[in-house]
Design a protein around this ligand. Sequence first.
Ligand SMILES: [Mn+2]
Length: 302
Amino acid sequence: MGTRDYHFLILQNIQFIRSISPGAEIWVYDLGGPGPATLFPQGIHYIDWAPPAPDEDYVLGDYSPDHALFVAKALNSRSSSWKRRIGKYFLKRFPEFWVSRTLISRAINYDRQLIRKALALRDFSKRIGRRSFLFLDADAFSIKPFDEIFEGSPDVILLLVPEAERGWSHNRCHMISAGLMGFGANPEIRDAFFAEWIEAIGKTYEIMREQTALSRLLRAKENVRFHEWTDQFVPFLNRSANLRLIPFYQYNQPLTRRDLQVGGYERYRNAQVIHLAGVVQDRRAYDRLLDIVKRWASLGKA
Ligand SMILES: [Mn+2]
């Protein structure tokens, strides 16, 4: 799933999936579509997800000027160094200036993409019927097999950050991550999950809306235990879902530009999924990071 800027990531992602799981059926949700018909390799199912879902604007809701400025600052802090400094300066000193207004509308658009990810998953759940499936961000590369997360057929599989890093503060909610998600074969349970999640996103105005909404939705339910691998039944609408939380770093280890500078990232090599978050803005760093990931993957052994 990704916009046009993400096509190169999706193509690379497909190679990784095919190398660890040659028989996997792969569906691409193209948020910036339609791409050229020949862009993606043979056998890939392609969904042009550019047209908005009917309830997209409703879920996005209204952004107060303060919150719009806040999300712009938050997104800006993720861009590369000189751009970040310029953006920070304008957003702080001249929030009405065109540079700031561009950054603000870009940030709201980014939030829209996060929402569209949930809407696309709801769509896919309806499309695929009685089959289980896995969702991966375009920049989340599966480098080692991880079939074990589906063992015992849970209904919903979510990434949980380690205890030491968890937090519930406003705009700093850090519990569940939505870079990788797994779903069981029962469509009624999935539909119930997506309905509650999407409703929660519509009421959440914090940064990283989609995963913050999910974290807070689980917290609002009774007796959800935030423990890795402890399967538990959690109600969604009138259904009961077998929820499994899996360790964030094992299945979604971020590897970023900053790791190149700081070093020590060799310790990530045993992770099964590596998330090259934020690389779309920096292709040169991406190429270096990709070399590292390929070396770690079975792809690199050939
Ligand atoms: Mn990502």
